[in-house]
Design a protein around this ligand. Structure first.
Ligand code: BGC
Length: 417
């Protein structure tokens, strides 16, 4: 990623003012991957907000959960010398684009509006580089949730699992009755969303910190990691035969319809629940992924700003200012499934799952267990993230032993370092 970005740097900066001329002064073009029903509804909130200020939203959606396809499209846009006004980026990607000197600067507006005081440090660390605000945080997502169809559980006399052993017992019971225990989409980022949960759930938060955040080799090759892959193999037995390549929102749809009992997914799944007029916490239950209670894995969607010509700067500032306003943070996150990135937005309008997220986040910040999600770009740079994706997915889709998976994990991580 680094070297590719280096090659792009010159053309991006030179062409920023040219691309600015191509669009009307009060237009913002935003590249993002919010294309599911719930995600698109959330984009609508932002578009309407800007329209009220006479800023036209030029949409550049690139389908593909987790944003991999969007990142490829973004690189192509920057290479061709035509960067968008802003792009949805996860935290580590903000760091990487910033390191290459490719991002703009929002500091004047940040200072005027006092963003410093209302954004938690864990998130500010990704948005601010060398004292400059280069991206605005839209939300805080929690990827370590388990979503449960309440009716299916009730009919089968089941209680939400608190650890992986309980999860396995429940899944075995459901499977024996011909019910798909787990809705899943077999894509590397979805496999790794589950892997993150299992690393925390089996090893505990300290183990996640050592193995995933610090890439400590002893932890990566430990017996605990073997147990993690054993559990991944079990999970493979609980998905339906058509899981391969399925989009995450279709998997969520299976839980909403009762075609599957559970899904391990971030709270963007709640956007789909709300869109389907079901009640989170009532029709679809939310509990921390097994064994992860007390840990808040997080990822934040940022809008990173690209350098624009003078003619487009005001529109870019308006976009940033809108995203950071408390009223927008409330309205958007009610639809998106996440919680506000600002600490001063009241929680009273939010549903039970979001309120739990808010409370759990506070507790995790106090306990030192708020940690960046690997699957969702807040733990490792792209090269290492990709190396881990590859091993997790290869193991999930083959009969590779846990021992071999651990060896492959250590090798891939070392090669990518
Ligand atoms: C993003 C979410 C998005 C999800 C599925 C995550 O990485 O942070 O905003 O809804 O991917 O596309």
């Amino acid at each position: 990623m680094r070297s590719t970005l280096k090659l792009l740097a010159a053309s991006a900066i030179l062409s920023a003012s040219v691309s600015g001329l191509a669009l009307a002064a009060e237009t913002v073009e935003v590249l993002h991957w919010w294309t599911s029903g719930g995600e698109a509804a959330a984009v609508g909130v932002l578009k309407d907000d800007l329209q009220k200020q006479n800023v036209t939203w030029q949409d550049m959606p690139v389908a593909g959960g987790g944003g991999e396809a969007a990142m490829t499209a973004l690189k192509a846009r920057v290479t061709s010398g035509n960067p968008p006004t802003a792009a949805q980026l996860l935290g580590m990607a903000v760091n990487e684009w910033s390191e290459e000197g490719l991002l703009g600067d929002l500091t004047p507006i940040a200072e005027k509006e006092g963003w410093d005081k209302v954004v938690p440090d864990a998130i500010k660390n990704f948005a601010v580089h060398d004292g400059k605000w280069q991206a605005v945080p839209v939300n805080i997502h929690r990827p370590n949730w388990l979503w449960i169809n309440a009716k299916v559980f009730k009919e089968n006399g089941l209680e939400p699992p608190k650890n992986w052993d309980e999860f396995n017992q429940i899944a075995d019971k459901l499977k024996a009755k011909g019910i798909v225990p787990l809705a899943h989409g077999g894509q590397p980022w979805q496999d790794t969303t589950i892997f993150d949960d299992v690393v925390v759930g089996i090893g505990g938060p300290e183990f996640y910190k050592k193995a995933i955040l610090e890439l400590d080799e002893e932890s990566l090759r430990s017996d605990t990691m073997i147990k993690v892959f054993d559990q991944m193999r079990k999970i493979r037995g609980y998905v339906d035969p058509n899981f391969s390549g399925r989009d995450w929102n279709l998997a969520t749809g299976m839980v909403l319809k009762g075609d599957a009992a559970m899904q391990l997914m971030g709270d963007w799944a709640k956007g789909e629940i709300v869109k389907a007029n079901l009640k989170p916490g009532v029709d679809i239950l939310c509990v921390p992924a097994p064994g992860t209670e007390g840990t808040f894995l997080f990822n934040t969607d940022f809008f990173a700003m690209f350098p624009v010509g003078e003619d487009k700067l005001q529109a870019q500032y308006k976009l940033a200012s809108s995203v950071m306003s408390p009223s927008f943070q409330e309205a958007f996150n009610l639809v998106k499934g996440s919680i506000p990135a600002r600490t001063d937005v009241p929680g009273d309008k939010f549903d039970a799952c979001a309120q739990r997220s808010m409370a759990d986040l506070k507790a995790a910040q106090g306990a030192g267990t708020m940690m960046g999600s690997l699957a969702h770009g807040h733990a490792e740079p792209a090269a290492i993230q990709r190396a881990i994706f590859d091993v997790v997915t290869q193991h999930f889709n083959s009969d590779m032993s846990s021992k071999d998976a651990v060896a492959a994990l250590v090798n891939s991580v070392n090669a990518a370092k």
